[in-house]
Ligand binder design. Sequence first.
Ligand code: COA
Length: 159
Amino acid sequence: MGKIAIYPGTFDPLTNGHSDLVQRAARLFDHIIVAVATNPGKTPQFSANERIKLAQIALNGINNIEVCGFDQLLVDFAREKQASVIIRGLRAVSDFEYEFQLAGMNRKLAADIETLFLMPAEKYSYLSSSLVREISSLGGDVSEFVHPRIETALCDKMR
Ligand code: COA
C-alpha cells in the first residue's frame, strides 16, 4: 500500500482546518488514516460514530484516505494499520508545548514511528472544534468553518 500516515484527533467535529491538513498530507503519502479517538477524557459532544460519519462526509472526494475510530494507544493503532508516520497540525506557537509532549511520549512508546507536523492554511490558524461548537450553540454562523452537513449536525445537536 506504500507509505501510510495516520492523522489522529478527537474531531468533535472535524473542521475545515482539519480537512486542509488532510489534503496536504494526502499529497505527501500514499494512504492517510484519519483516526478518530474515542477520547473519554474530553467528553465529546458528538459520539464516536457521529464523528466518524461526519468526517467521512466532509472528506469525501479525497481518494487515498480512510476514516477509522480507535480506543487504544495511538502507537498501537498506528502499528496495527502499518502506519509509520503520525501527522499533527501546528496552528500557532501555543500548540507547540502540548504537541512537543505528545510527540516525545509517542516516540518513547514507539521509536520507529515518526511524528510529522504540518501547518494548515493561515486562515485556519485560529480555528478549533470547541470554538465552532460554542459559536454554533449561541446561534452564530459557522458555515465558513465546517462542511455544510456538519453545520446542520451542529444545529440539530443544539436544538
Ligand atoms: N484545524 C482546526 N482545529 C484544529 C486543527 C486544525 N488543523 N488542529 C488541531 N485543532 C484543534 C482541535 O479542533 C481541538 O480543539 P478543541 O480542543 O478546542 O476542541 C484541538 O486543536 C486539539 O484537538 P485534536 O487535534 O483533535 O487533538 P486532540 O488533542 O483532541 O487529540 C489525541 C489528541 C487523540 C491525538 C491523543 O489524545 C491520543 O493520541 N489519544 C490516544 C491515546 C494515546 O495514545 N494516549 C497517549 C498519547 S502519548
